[in-house]
Design a protein around this ligand. Structure first.
Ligand code: UDP
Ligand code: MG
Length: 314
């Protein structure tokens, strides 16, 4: 029994995770057994269509440390985590996935680092088991790109599994932007941060909710939420192509003046038209991405709605 009154909040988002809940709860309980802190477990049901909510509410009867937040629909992992972080009362707050890809056994190491004075302790994967070569490659390229063009240094090979101090959580709670690229926000708030390394396991059961379409969307949102560099890219591209077009035009005027006019050059013409249309569409697309952000933000909608909360005290 601990004699410490500090509270640790553990937040887990659940979306169609019926196969993993029991194992997740067992591993987590075992991992926090010897921790000298009070524990609350905040489980978010992110609009699951399977039995997730029922299984979670059953757990409630066996473990009074559990609180369940049932969201009104599926809002996505980033918002689900935010709902949990909002509700957390802990002096330290940990976010972890339900699928046991991130080992809960690291929690005690994270707490040690937190006691050393770090405000954010994130878990860094040194190895990704069960993930394809292309996924690793594209992930690595994404981090290289975003770190090159954005001022916020986002650590590579880091998931959302991390511990935050109360101070860091309060800071994060002030950031209410709707497109929540959490990895970026965690880094953006600053405060002393450190990593602990581990090797990532494959999913315990069930399937990942990610696919390449979603990952690309995620990457585009991440980049456009954290840097205006792509907008500048459009400007540079416009500038360079305009310069090219000017030189090209100049060349043709001189050529016509000296050698006379001959109706030729269809290939050149079509290439130039296609090239410029491409550049223009790309630039409009980039612009649209940012206008889209403004559109979403300007509506000022709440981030999520809670349908019901459950805890053993009510
Ligand atoms: N998740 C969620 N809402 C969603 C998708 C996922 O709350 O719309 C949760 C999911 O239940 C899990 C975590 O987010 O706890 C990570 O999901 P997943 O394992 O599918 O992602 P990956 O590990 O492949 O990044
Ligand atoms: Mg996973």
């Amino acid at each position: 029994m601990q004699n410490n009154t500090e509270l640790l909040s553990i937040i887990i988002p659940f979306y169609n995770e019926q196969e993993v809940i029991t194992e997740c709860q067992n591993r987590l309980s075992a991992a926090v057994k010897n921790i000298d802190m009070n524990v609350e477990m905040i489980y978010i049901n992110d609009g699951s269509q399977d039995n997730t909510l029922n299984i979670l509410t059953e757990l409630l009867t066996t473990d009074p440390r559990i609180k369940i937040i049932d969201l009104s629909r599926n809002f996505g992992k980033e918002i689900a985590m935010t709902a949990g972080i909002d509700a957390a009362k802990g002096d330290a707050v940990i976010v972890i996935d339900a699928d046991l890809q991130d080992p809960p056994e690291l929690i005690s190491d994270m707490i040690t680092k937190w006691r050393e004075g770090f405000d954010v302790v994130y878990a860094k994967r040194v190895e990704r088991k069960g993930e394809s070569f292309t996924k690793k490659l594209t992930a690595s390229l994404f981090y290289k790109l975003i770190n090159k063009i954005s001022d916020t240094e986002i650590p590579e090979n880091v998931g959302d599994f991390r511990l935050m101090s109360r101070q860091a959580v309060n800071a994060l709670n002030e950031v209410r932007e709707r497109k929540r690229f959490m990895k970026g926000l965690f880094a953006w708030i600053g405060f002393p941060q450190t990593a602990i390394e581990y090797s990532r396991d494959p999913r315990f059961a069930g399937e990942t909710n990610w696919n390449y379409g979603k990952l690309i969307k995620f990457a585009v949102e991440g980049i456009s939420s954290f840097t205006q560099e792509p907008l500048r890219l459009a400007t540079y591209a416009g500038f360079i192509t305009a310069l090219g077009a000017f030189l090209f035009g100049f060349y043709f005027v001189i050529k016509t003046l000296i050698f006379g006019e001959a109706v030729q050059g269809f290939t050149t013409l079509i290439t130039v038209i296609l090239f410029f249309s491409g550049v223009q569409l790309l630039s409009i697309g980039i612009l649209g991405e940012y206008v889209g952000h403004m559109f979403i933000e300007s509506k000022q909608r709440p981030l999520y709605f809670v349908k019901k909360t459950y805890s053993s005290t009510n």
